[in-house]
Design a protein around this ligand. Structure first.
Ligand code: NAD
Length: 462
């Protein structure tokens, strides 16, 4: 089309061209907001049962397109096919879960305690919602927002990350086939993102911003949303501690650690970032965990022999390499890995670092790659303070055979989620989210629906 510029989407494994998408300019983005605004009145008036059935159909269609969606994710993101398939199932499940929630929007009807009048409480969709998502889960981060927004009766503009928009565009097409009317779900891919997102937030029509991405960008957008008091949900970065107490089951701890660290090749906000291992179990854990990590094959995500795919860009690879080099300079030992892929991909070998000291630089920030820094600890009473001594608070992992001890520890951890003897917490039926610099609000579960609803209260006599 004349005058339309495009964005090239490249495979992070080999640099090949995977697709091209139109680059949205500010006018295109504002037109998408207008469409969402125009269709809001009719979509909110659609019966909850109808909205539920559309979402249920979208789940079915997504599961029918499972293989091709997973391959699209691998090609634009670099993760391995097994991770991509798991993501599609997880992502589709948000449509099924929220199809079930669409018909469970509750209210309340009570007599006032004084007896003088009645209190009537209902819930209404918050309005046009701007949804911005990151590159690391191109399907799930989109459906985790679109599902509850549509269930609640909101219309949306989705802005996926510009290096992984193909999956998001395919999901919007699935929603159209499932019966979502034109203009209810809109997708735009502006590059750069900043000016376009600002323009949409200032349009006066956006009532909700649901953002998943880095804490730095989230904080910037919160400030912009403040100008118009836009309702915000923020799913931001993490820096998860993983604690293995002396009484942990070694096999459970090793398998749980592998999952907590290596899901999505380590490029997950939930990825275990700081391993604290009690000295009594430390050496046995390091031996077993290093064996498992060094057996993982790095390579092309589409090759079934591959366990770990490429990182999404050179920038991400450089970031991981710099953190490992810095840790080694501060005294860490490389038990395995510690190097970039030998081919031209943006891969990094699964890496275990031992002899990492409390306070080491690598423990202060999100690694977002396949690197496990391990700190040996002796004082169990002390470890809680180390877990909580960071700005982030998304998730923690705790391994102990003593469930009472684990739950007591979980109570005191400053994170929104805890994996107890388990390396995976994500579940569409559960409230996902963090505290402190990891965000505001929850996605998934019933809370995910409430994020797209306003409460209205009528005091009356009748
Ligand atoms: P990012 O913050 O760079 O980008 C996220 C989104 O914001 C993208 O759509 C991007 O285009 C857009 N964006 C970037 N700069 C912007 C600006 N100035 N104004 C408006 N929009 C802008 O994050 P990323 O690198 O894509 O993703 C990685 C981060 O996301 C990590 O920190 C990770 O922890 C976090 N994350 C959090 C969760 C969670 O649920 N808490 C889930 C996945 C990823």
């Amino acid at each position: 089309m004349e005058g339309v510029t495009t964005i090239d989407i490249k495979n992070p494994y080999d640099g090949s061209l995977v697709g091209r998408v139109p680059r949205a300019d500010i006018a295109d983005c504002l037109a998408a907001v207008d469409r969402a605004d125009t269709t809001f009145a009719s979509w909110r008036a659609t019966a909850p049962r109808v909205r539920a059935e559309v979402l249920r159909k979208a789940w079915e269609l997504m599961m029918a397109d499972h293989e091709s969606l997973a391959r699209t994710i691998v090609q634009e993101n670099g993760k391995v096919l097994a991770d991509a398939k798991a993501e599609v199932t997880y992502a589709a499940e948000f449509f099924r879960w929220f199809s079930e929630e669409a018909v469970r929007i509750d209210g309340d009807y009570r007599r006032a305690p004084s007896g003088a009048n009645w209190l009537l409480v209902s819930r209404q969709p918050v309005g046009v919602s701007l949804l911005a998502t990151p590159w690391n889960f191109p399907a799930a981060m989109a459906t985790r927002k679109i599902g509850p927004a549509l269930a609640a009766g909101c219309t949306v503009v989705l802005k996926p990350a510009s290096n992984t928009p193909l999956t998001a565009i395919a999901i919007c097409e699935i929603l159209r086939r499932a019966g979502v009317p034109d203009g209810v779900v809109n997708v735009v891919v502006p590059e750069p993102a900043g000016p376009a997102v600002s323009a949409m937030l200032s349009s006066g029509k956006v009532r909700k911003l649901s953002f998943t991405g880095s804490t730095a960008v989230g904080s910037l957008l919160l400030a912009q949303a403040a100008e118009r008091i836009i309702n915000c949900s923020m799913e931001l970065g993490g820096n998860a501690p993983l604690v293995i107490f002396d009484d942990a089951d070694l096999d459970v701890a090793v398998e749980g650690s592998l999952l907590a660290k290596m899901r999505n090749g380590g490029a997950a906000c939930t990825a275990a970032n700081r391993f604290f291992v009690h000295e009594k179990i430390h050496d046995r854990f390091v031996d077993a965990f290093t064996k498992r990590m060094s057996s993982l094959v790095l390579g092309d995500g589409l090759d079934p022999k591959t366990h770990v795919g490429a990182l999404v860009s050179r920038k991400e690879q450089d970031h991981v390499a710099a953190l490992v080099d810095g840790a080694v300079a501060e005294g860490a030992t490389v038990a395995c890995g510690g190097k970039r892929a030998s081919d031209k991909s943006f891969g990094y070998h699964p890496t275990v670092l031992t002899d990492v000291k409390f306070g080491a630089s690598i423990l202060q920030e999100e690694i977002f790659g396949p690197v496990a820094p391990i700190v040996r600890f002796t004082d169990a009473d002390d470890i809680l303070a180390h877990c909580n001594a960071v700005d982030h608070g998304l998730v923690s992992y705790v391994f102990t055979r003593d469930v009472g001890r684990g739950l007591k520890f979980a109570e005191a951890l400053e994170t929104g989620m805890i994996g107890l003897n388990r390396g995976l917490v994500s579940d569409p039926a559960a409230p996902f989210g963090g505290v402190k610099a990891s965000g505001l609000g929850r996605e998934g579960g019933h809370d995910g629906l409430l994020a797209f609803l306003e409460t209205k209260y009528v005091a009356g006599n009748w």
